[in-house]
Write a protein that binds this ligand. Structure first.
Ligand SMILES: [Mn+2]
Length: 490
């Protein structure tokens, strides 16, 4: 079954038992919808109880938005992501790594685009983003309705190179969206800063509800995708054909032709707005580490010129701290770390897992291969390389090849039987990591000079090479369980 857009991805899910649930019961997009999905399948770092690897969900009856559907959790499990990409769950990171090395650039098509079946111009007096775009408010204290899975697409004013990145965007008024661009960001943010220097607005298209290949690859970051590397070319490589773009109607920019919704607008040069200007709660929305993000006073402003969408559009959304974020942030992280390790020490690290407990960014588990005596110590070198490949990484757990890195029980088993705290923990304090880690700041400990500075730590749970014989796991007789249970799936 070929996946090329959100609808074909949902069709694939319908063929997989237990991966998609649907409801026709009315739901309020303001806090209620996310409240429901928190129990059904959010996982990740979300408040417990929640369901890890629960199903994706469709809400067909959303208060105030007749005819529209909300899809949530589409990327919420590694199993689903692997199915969209047609690979084993253990190989998703490696597959993305290969695709990043063999990109296929997107193409602009002249054919009628599905995303423009219905068109609304901001010049129409009835135009209002709040009714046109079904954006949920995730918790009662959020700044407002958020577009959480908008593929922001813009072009650098100097180089003409385009970039796709996901940013949090809050609906602020009838034709106004705030967009949070991390200061010093090397993608869309750098383009907005350059356009501001030149004194003109930056055209931006926001495509929502797209092929999962686009959603995941848009989360690649430097050094794998430096400024000027269009991540849509990795999605193209994943599909073996270019992503199809279509010209927008009101701005000089393209959008993703088969998206469910497209918002066309311009980032206003030099204008900054308060993110919670309507709610005054002080919060933005829940972020991937599992805590409420603080509202920014420095959001950029997008003046919206048009909204286009399919007939009966499907709004795709996610919960910030959910397993879905892990798929999007974590899998490209794995690809970037694996890429770096394969270049520096080919064959010495078998696989990488960006663990959900770190939101896909803070923690990685490396499966190390020690085959000769001189491999001893290379596992720690691998950890250092992983830290340099991905600056936001805080904890690296090293295990041997006989440990299943995707099975947390097995990783913790290695920590319990192949690790001594006083000799196998390596700490590297005072390194810039990530500002959303609440323990990374001077109030936590005066030795931490600034917010976002952390102690990077290696937990070496590998067996010292010379002791390998003494650490053989108890072996069972090799059998085929299907002889006893024909439906058994390992
Ligand atoms: Mn980008």
């Amino acid at each position: 079954m070929k996946v090329s857009d959100l609808r074909s991805a949902l069709e694939l899910l319908r063929t997989m038992p237990g991966e998609l649930v649907e409801t026709d019961v009315e739901v309020d997009p303001a806090a209620e919808l996310s409240g429901v999905y928190r129990y059904v399948g959010a996982g990740g770092t979300v408040q417990r109880p929640t369901k890890v690897d629960g199903p994706a969900m469709l809400f067909h009856n959303v208060k105030g938005h007749p005819g529209a559907t909300v899809a949530i959790g589409v990327l919420g499990s590694r199993k689903r992501v692997a199915a969209y990409f047609g690979c084993d769950i253990r190989d998703v990171g490696k597959l993305l790594c290969r695709c990043a090395q063999n990109p296929i650039e997107p193409v602009v098509t002249g054919e009628a685009a599905a995303c423009q079946e219905v068109v609304h111009y901001a010049t129409d007096p009835d135009f209002d983003l709040r009714t046109l775009v079904l954006a949920p408010t995730n918790t009662p204290v959020d700044a407002g309705p958020y577009i959480t899975l908008g593929m922001c697409y813009a072009t650098h004013p100097d180089t003409g190179r385009s970039d796709v990145t996901i940013h949090r965007m809050c609906i602020q008024g009838r034709d106004e969206l705030s967009i949070f661009l991390q200061p010093g960001s090397r993608h869309i943010g750098a383009m907005a800063e350059r356009a501001t220097e030149l004194g003109f607005p930056l055209p931006i298209s926001v495509s929502i509800g797209v092929d999962p290949a686009v959603a995941v690859t848009s989360c690649f970051e430097p050094p794998t995708t430096p400024l000027g590397f269009n991540e849509l070319s990795i999605a193209g490589a994943l599909r073996g054909e270019p992503v199809r773009l279509h010209p927008c109607l009101t701005i000089r920019e393209n959008c993703i032709a088969n998206a469910e919704y497209v918002i066309e607008g311009e980032i206003q040069p030099g204008v900054r707005v308060v993110e919670d200007q309507n709610s005054h709660t002080g919060y933005a929305m829940p972020e991937f580490p599992g805590y409420n993000g603080h509202a920014s006073n420095e959001c950029w402003l997008i003046k919206v010129k048009a909204v286009t969408h399919r007939k009966n559009p499907i709004m795709q959304t996610c919960i910030g701290p959910s397993g879905e974020h892990v798929s999007m942030a974590g899998i490209p992280t794995e690809a970037s770390i694996y890429n770096m390790l394969e270049k520096a020490m080919p064959g010495k690290v078998a696989n990488v897992y960006a663990h959900p407990a770190g939101g896909g960014k803070y923690m990685a588990v490396l499966q190390c291969r020690k085959t000769v005596a001189t491999d001893e110590g290379k596992q720690r070198q691998a950890a250092l390389l992983a830290f340099s490949a991905f600056t936001e990484l805080k904890h690296v757990i090293l295990v041997d090849e006989d440990v299943d890195i995707f099975d947390t029980n097995d990783v913790l088993w290695a920590m319990n039987t192949r690790f001594q705290g006083d000799r196998d923990i390596i700490t590297i304090p005072g390194v810039r990591c990530h500002p959303l880690d609440p323990s990374a700041g001077p109030e936590y400990d005066p030795s931490i000079l600034e917010r976002g500075i952390s102690c990077k730590t290696i937990f070496d749970c590998t067996v010292p090479f010379h002791l390998k014989k003494q650490f053989q796991r108890a072996k069972f007789l090799e059998v085929d369980p299907k002889c006893w249970l024909p439906d058994f799936e390992g």
